[in-house]
Design a binder for this molecule. Sequence first.
Ligand code: 5SP
Length: 177
Amino acid sequence: MASGCKIGLSILNSDLDNLGAECLQILDSGARTLSLIMHVMISRPEQQVKPMAVAGANGYTFHLENGMKLGLAIKPGTTVDYLAPWANQIDMALVMTVEPGFGGQKFMEDMMLRVNWLRMQFPSLDIEVDGGVGPDTIHKCAEAGANMIVSGSAIMRSDDPRSVINLLRSVCSETFS
Ligand SMILES: O=C(CO)[C@@H](O)[C@H](O)COP(=O)(O)O
């Protein structure tokens, strides 16, 4: 939803001199916080998300022509109400089933309520779960409505990663056939 008027400044490499800095100061004086929305016209926009964020960007615009899909993720502490308004405009919703940070954490089963709610509301949305997903928990994810899964330690720490992958894939695809 549009909120207020926003003025953008396009700076090309050749503008990276005093003119660019001066314009940024003018824009900054009209707003409490300068908005740095980076518009990239590059072939691998996904590679620049983190460097842009580290450099201070708070928005990222990439080209439809790049063919990239758009996903939105929520951490366990963020309710699904924050994601729902965007669900018709995104390709994929990711419900984190652990606190992001590292692998090997315990699967948060109560997140399945979110997955199920999203599946009921948005039947054609790709819904992903990530964190603590393995042979013991994949059924819960698939039954709740997740059709995309991320698994780390259950695969990587297995003596037979191939069979774990096959199991995860078959449970997920059987539920969605
Ligand atoms: O990104 C994250 C956590 O930050 C996850 O992707 C985990 O790394 C998945 O690992 P397991 O929970 O499956 O071990």
